[in-house]
Design a protein around this ligand. Structure first.
Ligand SMILES: C[S@@+](CC[C@H](N)C(=O)[O-])C[C@H]1O[C@@H](n2cnc3c(N)ncnc32)[C@H](O)[C@@H]1O
Ligand SMILES: [Zn+2]
Length: 357
């Protein structure tokens, strides 16, 4: 484990070349440490090499804000890995497993792209996917609105020697890039969150977010979506939804889920909509994507050991090969029956979805 006394210098990327005005879509100029639009006269600061297109955004993270700030303080003068792994706080060490797991992004091997591809990771969090993508691709942009996570990523990529993985502070509603400018855009665990704290119908907001994304992908380019399945078996057994913490809401009709969430003390109602595989397919097609390949991400999309195509009989092969045998129990018999009826594959926890423009 390396330890540094001074902060690793970050090479400032040439943002003017990489960005466009989020309102006018024209390229930006770099003026006095700011990005500037000559058309609408908008200007955005570049702080510590990171352009800020949003100024404030509520904290979100695998660990509480205070712990994340502590990790950032240690990563400023020492190793970012050690700041996680050598923390005395069990919450930080637990989050470390997630944050360090580069296998999370193994889905990218499904995309047939050359190493010089330009890649965008939206809602990049602490940068696990961006880090993995940066080891294969020559130009990666990590977009994230939460300041603590932006700070963490900036140090992570600098210390890892990944200057081509750039960090930009923004959200899905303000995307400062030229149309058709990315070979691959990824959203892992993000689409379900976009309506949180934003007024309007969640389904409409999710569709609008995807429309924004669609514009950025070049023709024939890829879009990756990692997300939970609305009809995961656990929800039928009363397991809480991992986003809002309430049981039943994913599987209930939306209006009922909304009413139930309010009744349970969530004044916003239910907003983190999930869909079935068919629902995601329809949603992606509705914004213009095609050649949509849906994989079951097993056991979860945040730690996928297997990506099993939903089509054909590959799930049956997987289940019989890797989950077959064992003790006969009532649960096992019920699951086998559900598999034979072709239902079980629609009730796995999450999907990895690859679509083309
Ligand atoms: C579950 S985390 C996933 C992080 C990362 N993609 C990963 O897989 O490790 C969701 C991320 O989406 C970000 N996020 C939430 N709302 C967003 C929005 N409107 N635009 C962009 N990112 C958003 C959060 O700040 C958070 O970092
Ligand atoms: Zn402008």
């Amino acid at each position: 484990m390396t330890s540094r006394n001074a902060e690793t210098p970050v090479m400032a990327p040439d943002w003017a070349d990489a960005c466009a005005c989020p309102s006018c879509g024209v390229p930006l100029d770099s003026v006095d440490g700011k990005l500037h639009c000559a058309k609408c006269r908008g200007s955005w600061p570049v702080i510590d090499g990171v352009p800020h297109f949003v100024e404030s955004f509520p904290y979100w993270g695998e660990m509480p804000a205070e712990q994340m700030q502590g990790v950032n303080r240690r990563a400023a003068t020492g190793s970012w890995r050690a700041a996680l792994l050598e923390s005395e706080d069990p919450q930080v060490r637990k989050a470390a497993g997630m944050i360090l797991n580069l296998d999370r992004a193994n889905w990218h091997w499904l995309a047939d792209l050359p190493p010089d591809s330009r890649v965008l990771d939206l809602g990049a969090g602490t940068g696990t996917n961006s880090h993995a993508l940066g080891m294969r691709f020559g130009d990666v942009t990590a977009v994230e609105p939460v300041m603590e996570r932006v700070d963490f990523m900036r140090r992570r990529f600098a210390q890892e020697g990944l200057p081509h993985v750039k960090v930009l502070r923004s959200s899905l509603w303000i995307l400062p890039f030229l149309k058709n400018s990315f070979d691959l855009v990824a959203m892992n665990g993000v689409l379900e969150w976009v309506a949180t704290g934003v007024p309007g119908d969640p389904a409409e907001l999710q569709k609008r977010a995807l429309e924004n994304v669609f514009k950025l992908v070049r023709p024939d380019g890829y879009f990756y979506l990692g997300i939970e399945n609305r009809y995961s078996l656990g929800y039928f057994a009363g397991y809480p939804d991992p986003h809002c913490g309430l049981p039943w809401v994913p599987i209930l009709p939306r209006a009922l889920a909304n009413w139930y969430a309010r009744r349970k003390g969530q004044p916003e109602g239910y907003r983190q909509y999930l869909y079935s595989s068919g629902g995601y397919r329809k949603l992606l097609e509705s914004v213009g994507f095609n050649r949509i390949e849906i994989y079951l991400a097993l056991p979860t999309y945040n730690d996928p050991r297997f990506l099993i195509p939903l089509e054909d009989n590959i799930f049956d092969y997987y289940r019989e090969t890797f989950n077959g045998g064992g003790k006969q129990s009532r649960k096992r018999i019920a699951l086998d029956l559900a598999r034979r009826m072709g239902l079980l594959k629609h009730c796995e926890y999450s999907f990895a979805i690859l679509a083309r423009k």
